[in-house]
Design a protein around this ligand. Structure first.
Ligand code: 3H9
Length: 708
């Protein structure tokens, strides 16, 4: 018997169970197995109806993304013959009932739509999320979904990619019946009810395809909307084209249109980048030095030290996950401000319809302010989020060590200080690590988990697991100044400043990087975060600066003028009361004057140079990070940048992007900048090595030498 599609029976009903853990992804072997199982059951004279279901936690999560990525990259020829399978299912002389639980996504929903009927457990999610992977449904999804759900809904589902619940799917006509209770028993009963009756083929159900007049309005509005909303609308537009074909051409011809568009998308760069990101995000949990079976510690309560923007956001993160959080600060007034901030934040979420009032009331109950750190003696985890200064942080940790119970984890939210040194202020360095949240903490998905030298496996494993529980993408990184994200962001923002000092317009620098795909230009990011943060950091680390190495000066000078960015109404730009950004004609002459004082010659700077200087400086630092073992894989760095720094997901992250450019080309450009601009551009040895070997960062698998 084929184990990937097992056949069993309940009298006259055959049951085909797809079994390809963990999520029954469809690869060629699985689709072949399902097809054989259908052939076999159709031949069996005792069988009157067939139930198709998934083993384990889900029906089918789609085509196997690892396989699709190989096909897109030209490393494999064989895609699952899923469209052919759905045609075979429709043509089966016995009714096939797809019995769905968990998820039916992408190829999973396409498979289910090839059945004659679909039944599902309440809460099951169905959808066509392909657009999020840079592709369109490639097994009839754009053809059958409009026939079941109507054209407008199919367009929405295929262009936005969000899944819907079975309850809504039942109302739309995608699901024929909801089964509360035992799905298999319900499916068998349903099968008997419909055995022997003529079964409908979805491909022949044209009644919901609408008139050409209705449809042209739907398609025009949808095209308009995706062009406005999406930075790279190509894929969503292809999905609309395929659905439009479903409304104008015979089924077999419009399927050819879908196939052609699917193949085009699959071999284009956005699909490769987005599939890389999907796989890389799931790789994060795989840490060679921490076996899967490592015991984790319970985290049922936390305490947050510091009620500023970061601390209050962090308390909300835990409350949102149902974990009670104490929060403290130096005095009642500061604590009150923090709580007002939290209430305000939640009130806005209610206004925007993100949370209900009841949900918010329950969360607020979980956040308890206190001025006494003695209250921390019962919690499992403390997170320090106080002002960035080593001396102060060490004081806080010495006290936390004194009050926290034995076994409690002590985490710091520092964004660039030495976590080992912070740990040295305690008698339990094995329990100390960094949990670097990104601002606003309750919104940003990224969490850098900084492994201090003495941190135990159990503590690290607990925090990796905790990240998932609190809805964060946890990336394990080593301890160094700025860890991964901020360490790479430093040269990126430094080059942006240098470029302005050399004569580029502020707006031109931001525009070039925005056009590259960044969520925001680097100078606007500086204004948003506060230019004084970098200014303060540069002052703190001035003693580490090598004499004679060029340093940016413009932001320090802007800060000296009180221009800290948005919060003071001026930085690189001006801001009105609503923080609307306005170009400031005063800035260019100021920078020119400072440049002249520093002997910097003004020149024309192209958009291409802006992008190369900013992005390649970041990539060069990323190569050092990888070589030092501060990040485990280049994909980990990419995930950090996609989730915390607004790097365009369709470019896959900085390291993936560099691989697509070709490391030889990147290396050569870095060498040119090294010659022109000096020491800061010294090429990373790993970049040189990989470029010489014709390899990419993704090929780098050397065991980490340090840190993680
Ligand atoms: C498609 O179907 C194209 C077709 O139109 C055309 C074909 C011709 N493939 O996310 P999790 C693995 S495109 C391979 O941590 P959760 C995942 O890597 C596809 N593997 O769990 C992980 O492995 P590991 C359209 C997959 O509970 C494990 O399953 N479908 C796939 O948080 C658990 O995953 C999608 O885009 C896959 N398709 O979430 C759906 N899916 O344990 C993608 C999962 O080794 N999947 N894995 O690290 C998801 O959205 C989520 O995984 C899901 C579960 C919601 C299902």
């Amino acid at each position: 018997m084929n184990m990937q599609a097992r056949v069993s029976d309940d009298g006259d009903v055959a049951i085909i169970t797809i079994d390809n853990p963990p999520v029954n992804a469809l690869n060629p072997a699985v689709t072949d197995a399902i097809r054989e199982a259908i052939d076999q059951t159709e031949r069996d004279p005792n069988v009157r109806a067939i139930v198709l279901m998934g083993a384990g936690r889900t029906f089918v999560a789609g085509a196997d993304i690892n396989e699709l990525a190989k096909i897109g990259a030209g490393k494999s020829q064989r895609r699952p013959l899923l469209l052919e399978l759905t045609l075979r299912m429709e043509d089966c002389s016995k009714p096939i009932i797809a019995a769905i639980h968990g998820h039916a996504l992408g190829g999973g929903l396409e498979l289910a739509m090839g059945a004659h009927y679909r039944i599902a457990m309440p809460g099951t999610q169905v959808g066509q999320p392909e657009v999020k992977l840079g592709i369109i449904p490639g097994a009839g999804g754009t053809q059958r979904l409009p026939r079941l759900a109507g054209v407008a809904k199919a367009v929405e589902m295929c262009t936005e990619g969000a899944a819907i619940k079975a309850e809504e799917a039942a109302q739309l006509g995608i699901i024929d019946r909801l089964i509360d209770g035992d799905l298999l028993a319900g499916a068998i009963a349903f099968a008997r009810e419909f055995a022997g009756k003529p079964a409908l083929k979805t491909r022949e159900r044209n009644e919901r395809l609408g008139t050409s007049q209705q449809n042209s309005a739907i398609f025009a509005a949808a095209r308009d909307s995706v062009r406005k909303k999406q930075r790279v609308p190509m894929v969503a537009l292809a999905a609309i084209d395929a659905i439009e074909a479903a409304t104008t051409l015979p089924f077999d011809e419009s399927c050819q249109v879908e196939q052609r568009l699917f193949s085009q998308c699959l071999s284009a760069e956005p699909a490769k980048a987005l599939m890389h990101a999907f796989v890389a995000e799931r790789e994060l949990a795989k840490i060679p030095t921490i076996p899967k079976e490592t015991l984790t510690l319970p985290v049922e309560s936390v305490a947050v030290v510091g009620a500023g923007t970061m601390g209050s956001g962090i308390a909300m993160v835990f409350a949102n996950a149902g974990i009670p959080a104490l929060i403290t600060d130096v005095d009642q007034a500061t604590l009150d401000r923090g709580l007002a901030n939290i209430r305000n934040n939640y009130a806005n979420s209610v206004k925007r319809g993100r949370f209900t009032q009841q949900y918010v009331d329950e969360r607020l109950q979980l956040i308890k302010p206190t001025l006494s750190r003695e209250d921390f003696s019962a919690v499992d985890l403390t997170v320090e989020a106080v002002f960035e200064g080593m001396a102060f942080k060490k004081e806080v940790f010495a006290e936390l060590d004194r009050v926290a119970k034995p076994g409690a984890i002590l985490a710091t939210n520092t964004s660039y200080l030495d976590v080992d040194e912070i740990a040295s202020a305690t008698h339990r360095p094995q329990a100390v690590l960094g949990l670097h949240f990104f601002s606003p903490a309750n919104v940003m998905r990224l969490l850098e988990i900084v492994r201090a030298k003495a941190a135990s496996k159990e503590v690290v494993a607990t925090c990796m697991q905790l990240a998932k529980r609190i809805g964060k993408v946890g990336v394990l990184v080593g301890n160094c100044r700025g860890f991964v994200g901020n360490r790479m962001f430093l040269p990126y923002r430094r080059e942006a400043q240098f470029l302005v000092e050399e004569g580029a317009e502020v707006e031109a620098v931001d525009k070039a990087l925005y056009d590259f795909g960044m969520a925001m230009g680097p100078l606007s990011v500086g204004d948003l975060a506060g230019l004084d943060i970098g200014w303060r950091m540069r002052k703190e680390f001035r003693h580490l600066q090598k004499p004679g190495v060029r340093q940016p000066f413009a932001e320090d000078r802007l800060c000296e003028l009180g221009r800290y960015g948005q919060k003071t109404g001026a930085g690189w730009y001006k801001y009105d009361q609503n923080r609307k950004q306005i170009p400031d004609p005063e800035v260019a002459p100021l920078v020119r004057r400072w440049a002249a004082e520093n002997g910097i010659v003004q020149r024309q700077v192209s958009a291409q140079e802006i992008v190369e200087r900013c992005i390649y400086s970041m990539v060069n630092e990323g190569a050092r990070i990888l070589e030092e073992g501060i990040a485990l894989r280049s994909g980990d760095i990419d995930i950090i940048y996609l989730n915390g720094y607004g790097f365009p997901n369709y470019r896959g992250g900085p390291m993936w992007y560099a691989d697509t450019v070709g490391l030889k080309k990147v290396y050569e450009r870095v060498c040119e900048f090294h010659q022109q601009l000096g020491e800061l551009w010294a090429p990373a040895p790993l970049l040189r090595e990989l470029a010489a070997e014709g390899k990419g960062f993704a090929d780098f698998t050397r065991e980490p030498v340090a840190a993680v």
